[in-house]
Write a protein that binds this ligand. Structure first.
Ligand SMILES: [Zn+2]
Length: 181
């Protein structure tokens, strides 16, 4: 490994440790020429197989760019997007596979994005899952409400200060759903 400071052609490993989740190895290196220290990270190449069959290296920035589009106009910070990118990459690497179909990437985005912003989640899911009608949105919103109830039943009680959920307490997700004509 070249020294990033003086471009010396060699460096010495002085420490080597595995990351907590075992998906990477960090090596502390010392340049014998300029004596500077630097760190390298060794991790498996994560390849994404597109529907066309084309294989490309996983790119966290690309994932973040897609989520950023869905978050336009929403109160989601760049830091939150970066954190989401990190989570998604961790989740994908934790699968321990060298190749992943592209749809697994979208799938890994859905959970963290739902926690971040439900509107952005709906936008992303509508593209990723190919929503074709209002009914698709309605079904997804029903599911969101049902899951939110499961996650925190006390939180679904109405409060004057709660701007997000104006539904009355006893409107179960099923009741809330529009009755088919
Ligand atoms: Zn050097």
């Amino acid at each position: 490994m070249h020294c990033p400071f003086c471009r010396h052609l060699d460096s010495r490993v002085i420490d080597s440790r595995s990351s907590e989740d075992g998906t990477a190895i960090r090596r502390r290196r010392l340049c014998p020429e300029c004596n500077q220290r630097f760190t390298t990270v060794e991790t498996t190449m994560l390849m994404i197989v597109k529907r066309s069959g084309v294989t490309e290296q996983f790119c966290r920035e690309k994932v973040i760019a897609g989520v950023r589009r869905a978050c336009q106009g929403r109160p989601v910070s760049e830091d939150a997007l970066a954190q989401l990118g990190q989570k998604v990459e961790h989740a994908l690497r934790a699968l321990g596979r060298a190749h992943l179909p592209a749809h697994e990437v979208g799938l890994a985005v859905l959970g963290p994005l739902r926690d971040l912003d439900e509107v952005a989640y709906l936008r992303f899911a509508s593209v990723y899952r190919g929503f074709e009608s209002l009914g698709d949105f309605e079904a997804e919103i029903r599911r969101l409400r049902a899951e939110r109830k499961l996650a925190s039943p006390e939180d679904s009680a109405p409060e004057d200060s709660a701007p997000e959920d104006s539904a009355p307490e006893n409107s179960a997700a099923e009741k809330w759903a529009p009755v088919p004509a």
